[in-house]
Design a protein around this ligand. Structure first.
Ligand SMILES: [Zn+2]
Length: 401
């Protein structure tokens, strides 16, 4: 082990020799895996990513070797800075105790696996020169190309400019609150809707490269959605992009004719709780094989409002956030399906704001707000509303100002 130190600079500090020694023994015992030493230049270091189903954190890079380029998957995220420095400084490196593993992305090629026992050393020089602009990522697809080849759930890499934020809200997925931003992005070929989950932030007017974005189809409209593996990086202004078309933003007002709300409860681990009785102290989750406090269960509402627009029925789906906003719910009210549907049905008309087929906002409007008609004195709906609910009407009215 000590011989490495004579030729190279140890960039990772102390304790590496002992670690190599331990891993050496483990690798010797595991004869299926080939353990080796590689040299080359580091390119294209990704952000630290998180596995979809596991909590494993990793990042990727490309190693330009003498005769080939290899994708490197690094499971020791402590090495992120070392890799970034090597890529930035164009330094040649040696990776000792790496493993070869068949690539999951490309057939007949191997990935290099870097774990905590792998030693990263900076070399003085290599016999070959560093090339520029190498990347391990999938080629960038144009948005029109994706629209032509809609295979749902395929993963793509795109380079897009952010045109407009349509929505930024807390979505509820299996009782779990997740931040979701809906933005319109464009390249030079087309515009598309992108759902940005979690903490990702994008600035309007900036260009980004997004990797591992999933293609979705909803109501015949293709959209993109970030995934747990998505990495997002700002890139230089990449020339002209399609412009936002104001005519794509539309709204309709329809008469409310029917409504349905379903209330699901989930255990703290996001399993659906069937036959829950909210009046009881505890509820059994069959998946967890244990009881949870009913008060700690998570609620998710889903539903729809049926409206008539020009004699045509339209079904407007409502998610948890939309139902809460429409009905001004905030705390842990008694969320009973019947009562919630009744609250939706006391209203006259629903206004639906959209970008193409994507609903950006729903709100109640009164008859005389929707059409220029004299006020009807015998408003049965209003008569059915209790005093408490009247306050809600007043609050909602302020939205129309
Ligand atoms: Zn459970």
């Amino acid at each position: 082990m000590a011989t490495y130190k004579n030729n190279v600079l140890d960039i990772e500090g102390y304790g590496q020799d002992m670690m190599c020694f331990r891993v050496f023994h483990r690798v010797m015992a595991d004869s299926k895996r080939k353990c080796l030493e590689v040299e080359g230049y580091v390119h294209d270091v990704s952000e630290v990513l998180q596995g979809k189903s596991s909590n494993v954190r990793y990042f990727t890079a490309l190693l330009q070797e003498a005769n080939q380029n290899s994708r490197v998957v690094v499971f020791d995220v402590q090495k992120h800075n070392s890799f970034q420095c090597a890529a930035r400084d164009r330094s040649p490196v040696k990776l000792s105790f790496v493993e070869h593993s068949p690539s999951k992305q490309h057939n007949n090629t191997n990935d290099l696996l870097v774990k905590s026992g792998t030693k990263v050393s900076v070399l003085r020089r290599l016999e070959f020169a560093r090339e520029d602009g190498l990347t391990s990522r999938a080629p960038v697809r144009s948005l029109s190309d994706i629209q032509r080849d809609v295979r749902e759930y395929q993963r793509v890499t795109v380079k897009v400019k952010v045109l407009r934020m349509l929505q930024d809200k807390e979505s509820v997925v299996r009782g779990q609150k997740l931040r979701r931003k809906s933005v319109v992005v464009a390249d030079s070929s087309d515009l598309i809707l992108l759902s940005l989950w979690g903490d990702h932030v994008m600035t309007i007017g900036e260009w980004y490269i997004l990797t591992n974005v999933s293609v979705r189809v909803f109501k015949g409209m293709t959209s993109l959605s970030t995934t747990m593996q998505t990495s997002l990086s700002v890139v230089e202004n990449s020339g002209p992009a399609k412009e936002f078309v104001e005519e794509d933003v539309t709204s309709v007002v329809g008469e409310i004719v029917e409504a349905e709300v379903k209330v699901d409860h989930f255990c703290p681990k996001h399993h659906l709780l069937e036959n829950i009785n909210v009046a009881t102290h505890m509820t059994r989750c069959t998946k967890c094989a244990s009881f949870c406090k009913t008060s700690k269960s998570r609620v998710e509402m889903r539903g729809h409002i049926g409206i008539t627009v020009d004699f045509v029925q339209r079904r407007i789906p409502l998610d948890d956030a939309e139902i809460r906003e429409l009905l001004n719910l905030n705390g842990r009210e008694n969320l009973d399906s019947h009562a919630l549907a009744a609250k939706l049905l006391v209203h006259d008309d629903l206004k639906v704001e959209m970008w193409r087929e994507f609903i950006t906002r729903v709100l109640f409007v009164k008859k005389d707000d929707a059409v220029d008609a004299p006020k009807d004195g015998s408003d049965e709906a209003a008569a059915a509303v209790s005093n408490g609910e009247k306050d809600e009407f007043d609050n909602l009215d302020s939205l129309f100002d």
